[in-house]
Design a protein. Structure first.
Length: 214
């Protein structure tokens, strides 16, 4: 998209590609949201989440509206990049990267989900590795944070495998009930120890031109 180059940013690995979430890609991924393939047990997301909406069409509408609102908001105190995860040419999930006071703190957080029929094949770790490469190698991040409910074995396992360090606990609501979160912290030095040489960044100069990174 020549008039908004942030939607041309991509990250590619040998197994998948993160493509900036254009409306066309979101429209394709919406079929997984409509079919309820965002779900897991125990539930991995805190409230409020559109994924808990029982009406499939309303679930998709809420999900899209949330992305559209945040995708267009690029401010020094908070920005968020959305990507559709592509594997074998098919949309299989969503990955986002958020910076809060990035110019001052240099910190980012990540969020993702993977279609239920694509789990268990290592794609979750591959997605996280890709977005961390964008954050540290592409944007110059100093630190990345993540959190996950203590019973979310997949997310916690990925954080542990990629060099994150435990960073305490927090509370959130899950379907209206309190639930305990593990907090994780990955420093640049920790990322460097696990850095890969087979991840490629594309059009990352758009981030430096249009995001408040410094």
């Amino acid at each position: 998209m020549k008039n908004y180059p942030l939607l041309d940013v991509r990250v590619s690995t040998p197994r998948l590609e993160l493509r900036a979430a254009t409306d066309d890609l979101l429209d394709q991924l919406a079929e997984s949201v409509r079919a309820g393939k965002t779900h897991a047990e125990p539930a991995p997301y805190d409230d409020p989440m559109s994924f808990y909406e029982t009406d499939p069409d309303l679930r998709v509408a809420k999900w899209l509206r949330a992305i559209w609102r945040r995708r267009g908001s690029v401010d020094p105190d908070a920005w968020r990049l959305y990507f559709v995860v592509m594997a074998a040419g098919r949309p299989v999930g969503e990955q986002s990267l958020t910076g809060v006071d990035f110019a001052t703190l240099g910190t980012v957080t990540t969020f993702s989900w993977l279609s239920t029929d694509e789990r268990g094949r290592g794609l979750g770790r591959e997605m996280r590795s890709a977005i961390l490469h964008l954050a540290f190698a592409g944007l110059g991040a100093k630190e990345a944070a993540s959190d996950a409910f203590v019973d979310n074995g997949g997310s916690n396992g990925i954080s542990r495998a990629l060099g994150y360090e435990p960073n305490g606990f927090d509370w959130a609501t899950r379907r209206g009930e309190p639930a305990l979160l593990n907090r994780w912290r990955l420093t640049r030095a920790g990322w460097e120890r696990h850095r890969r040489d087979d991840i490629q960044l594309h059009n990352v100069e758009a981030c430096h031109a249009l995001l408040p990174l410094a």
